[in-house]
Design a protein around this ligand. Structure first.
Ligand code: DGY
Length: 316
């Protein structure tokens, strides 16, 4: 397969580059602003594109690669890939589901615990010597037993539900695309407003689509109220970020744990000083184990495709 051209547009945390370079004719393009000059010289050689959720594969990129057969994204999220264009052109698409489910669900719970138990504050209290000097330490809020409402009960949402249930939290959910599982012990709300009104913690775990963009709007935030907390491990634009920020600043929402943002890597300045807000830089999947598993899946899918075998995790 050494002569098959693969374009890699994302630096990975793993040795994916070497693994790809050993098997394929690898082109690395970290700086996407040079895509124009790349496409003038090498576009015809590229038969596979490996991207992630930062750069993705938009219509222009896809059109600039005339021999593109497959797009493999190093993510489960597909929101940065023009699926319509891929479908039109008969380009296969694969992603990396399942292997990352536990890590993302773990982070959702970690963020909730960090917000309720003020873990970042406690860390600073010890490291900055405040404990030693006997400064006041605020009481925190119990997490176990709080009602958890999950937006999107797919693979990751279900894994979060299982974890929340283990903390004694009553779990309910809203889901637009997935039908409520028959026999599920979680309460289903056909309306997200009702879910928010009946939850103390709202966890955003659905995919970003045109239907879910800003599904968490001002009304939903207000339904959750000043004691409510939002956790987002899905995608930033699922929440109307402007409304989220003003609700947090005005105290209309109790707190937030956010791993994703509307315009990454930019994060609203107003959030930086808020103690009831815990921020992480879109790292839901970023453990050594999971990044390696995702890399293996990217390579296995490309090998399957170019040897005429069924794809392991086909999207298209
Ligand atoms: C995913 O896999 O979609 C994660 O959000 C990482 O981008």
């Amino acid at each position: 397969m050494e002569s098959i051209g693969v374009l890699l547009t994302c630096p990975m945390y793993t040795n994916l580059h070497e693994q790809l370079a050993n098997r394929f004719n690898l082109f690395k393009l970290w700086n996407f602003s040079s895509f124009q000059s790349f496409s003038q010289t090498h576009a015809n050689s590229v038969r596979a594109l490996v991207c992630d959720t930062k750069i993705g594969a938009d219509a222009n990129t896809i059109d600039s690669l005339p021999n593109l057969e497959i797009v493999s994204t190093y993510s489960v999220g597909l929101d940065k890939i023009d699926l319509k264009k891929c479908r039109e052109k008969g380009i296969r698409v694969v992603n990396t589901p399942d292997v990352l489910t536990d890590d993302v669900a773990d982070l959702a719970i970690a963020l909730a615990l960090a917000v309720f138990r003020k873990i970042p504050h406690s860390d600073g209290y010890v490291k900055n010597g405040l404990w030693k000097h006997g400064s006041d330490y605020p009481l925190t809020t119990k997490f176990s037993g709080k009602s958890v409402g999950i937006v999107g009960l797919g693979r990751i949402g279900s894994a979060i539900a299982k974890r929340a249930a283990a903390f004694g939290c009553p779990v309910s959910y809203h889901s637009r695309s997935e039908k409520p599982e028959a026999g599920s012990s979680y309460k289903y709300y056909p309306n997200i407003l009702d879910l928010a009104a009946n939850s103390q913690i709202l966890v955003v775990a659905c995919a970003l689509t045109e239907e879910t963009r800003h599904i968490v709007n001002r009304q939903v935030i207000d339904a959750l109220g000043p004691n409510g907390v939002i956790i987002n491990i899905g995608r930033g634009p699922i929440i109307d970020q402007r409304e989220l920020v003003s609700a947090l600043v005005e105290g209309r929402l109790g707190g937030a744990g956010l791993d994703v943002f509307e315009n990454e890597p930019n994060v609203p300045e107003e959030l930086m000083g808020l103690e009831n807000v815990v921020l992480t830089p879109h790292v839901g999947t970023d453990t050594v184990e999971t990044c390696n598993d995702m890399a293996d899946l990217v390579i296995a899918n490309l090998e399957a495709h170019f040897s005429g075998k069924p794809l392991l995790t086909p999207v298209l």
